[in-house]
Design a protein. Structure first.
Ligand SMILES: Cc1cc2nc3c(=O)[nH]c(=O)nc-3n(C[C@H](O)[C@H](O)[C@H](O)COP(=O)(O)O)c2cc1C
Length: 188
């Protein structure tokens, strides 16, 4: 059986543990194949925010691409994927996607995801937000296949730890991508 390919991209916003939480949940799903790309900024935040080496993090995915390699498979629309999740998504990457300025693999893969009308989940993280950030996100949110999903805590789930928070947000992100996570608590 062919696996469903999902592109996971990590850019340089705070929230690298959310990327790890998403990848760990996806790894439990045998139907899915994780294709990972990490920006230079993403490498920085992984080093600052996760207790693991960069290579260890990259090893969590099934396939990992060099962000400079714009001739990689995910740079082409002919390479079939289920969609793409940018987690976390910096304001610089939002601006790049918004303007179609695809000068690295992450941006090109997002551009391809939009043009092929596949689902693109942007876990946009910055605070406070400037009019420029809001304008870019407002524009992207109008595209039917794009979801702007800021990593916001759900207090109603009564999280006991950072791990609980990350698990719940990862569940929300994957849910938006149409991927069901076991143990994700919904409001009843
Ligand atoms: C520890 C750390 C945290 C950062 N957090 C954010 C953030 O939450 N949001 C954001 O837009 N940029 C953040 N930045 C700045 C981006 O990393 C920077 O703009 C970078 O150029 C983004 O490039 P990229 O989108 O290609 O990864 C952070 C940088 C560092 C070093």
């Amino acid at each position: 059986m062919d696996k469903k390919r999902i592109v996971v991209a990590v850019s340089g916003a705070s929230g690298a543990p959310l990327a790890a939480a998403c990848i760990r949940q996806l790894k439990k799903l045998p139907d899915y194949e994780i294709h990972l790309v990490v920006s230079k900024g993403g490498e920085e935040t992984i080093l600052h925010e996760l207790d693991m080496r960069l290579e260890e993090f990259k090893g969590l995915a099934h396939v990992c691409y060099d962000n400079k390699n714009i001739s990689a498979s995910i740079a082409s629309g002919t390479y079939e994927t289920e969609g793409m999740i940018v987690v976390p998504c910096s304001m610089k990457t939002i601006a790049g996607i918004c303007s179609g300025y695809s000068d690295n693999l992450l941006l090109r893969a997002a551009d391809v995801t939009i043009k092929e009308r596949r689902k693109l989940i942007l876990v946009a993280r910055e605070t406070p937000l400037s009019p420029i950030h809001l304008r870019n996100m407002e524009y992207l949110s109008r595209l039917q296949n794009v979801v702007i999903l800021p990593p916001v805590i759900s207090y109603y789930s009564k999280p006991k730890s950072l791990e609980d928070i990350n698990f719940h947000i990862a569940g929300k992100i994957l849910d938006a991508a149409g991927i069901k996570v076991e143990g994700f608590r919904r409001w009843e």
